[in-house]
Design a protein around this ligand. Structure first.
Ligand code: SAM
Length: 203
């Protein structure tokens, strides 16, 4: 999906890896962080509908579901009409999901649907938004080799796995095929990416 550039972008939980040209928020004053704020303290220090894109990259897995729901509601408040919320998380069956002992929530490709407007299970998540899931995709890092030659092999193999998973994800009725590829593979990192669009319906 191509999302237009030159937009006002917020990167929540940016760490030292802020999205270029974004306003970065984190609860630790790391280099590149513009606003030091706890994601569990509401409201965040921004006006309504101030951002065209909001990123939460490898952040929501650090929270329990009740807090994730509140973060979604807050992102909805901050997003402009037709704005995008872009989320990445490690897939539950990839090794990276369990390296960090501070992770509290785990996800499959289908988990994003639970926050999507009109999904039959969306009522579980207690959110009051009209965010619609418009894309589910992935990025794979098979083995994370450090040596140059092995790195090339890693990149090549990772791309092949990525294509297989993306093909499996096209079959919307059965995304678990994609989850099963990840479960069988013991990959270092399979990163799930969800893109939500704010619909601007009457809530
Ligand atoms: C795994 S790092 C991801 C950093 C960056 N987004 C990236 O993709 O490389 C998680 C980040 O979330 C931040 N974080 C965790 N809990 C937070 C909280 N309660 N409020 C604000 N930031 C938080 C951490 O400080 C850390 O920078």
């Amino acid at each position: 999906m191509i999302i237009p550039d030159r937009l006002v972008v917020l990167d929540l939980g940016c760490g030292e890896n802020k999205i270029p040209n974004a306003i970065g928020l984190d609860n630790v004053a790391l280099p590149g962080v513009d606003v030091v704020h706890d994601l569990k303290t509401f409201p965040y220090p921004f006006e309504n509908q101030q951002f065209d894109k909001i990123y939460l990259c490898h952040v929501i897995e650090h929270f329990k579901i009740k807090d994730i729901n509140k973060i979604f509601n807050e992102c909805h408040r901050l997003l402009n009409r037709n704005g995008y919320l872009i989320i990445t998380v490690p897939h539950v069956f990839s090794i990276s999901a369990f390296i960090d002992p501070t992770h509290k929530s785990f996800f499959t490709f289908g988990s994003g649907e639970f926050w999507s407007k009109n999904n039959i299970k969306a009522y579980y998540t207690e959110i009051n938004t009209d965010l619609k899931l418009v894309e589910t995709s992935c990025r794979v890092n098979w083995f994370d080799w450090k040596r140059y030659r092995m790195k090339k092999l890693n990149n090549w193999f990772s791309k092949i796995i990525e294509l297989r998973i993306k093909k499996a994800l096209i079959n919307k009725n059965n995304p678990s095929f994609a989850d099963r590829i990840v479960k069988r593979g013991a990959f270092q990192l399979v990163e799930i990416k969800w893109v939500f669009k704010k619909l601007n319906t009457e809530l």
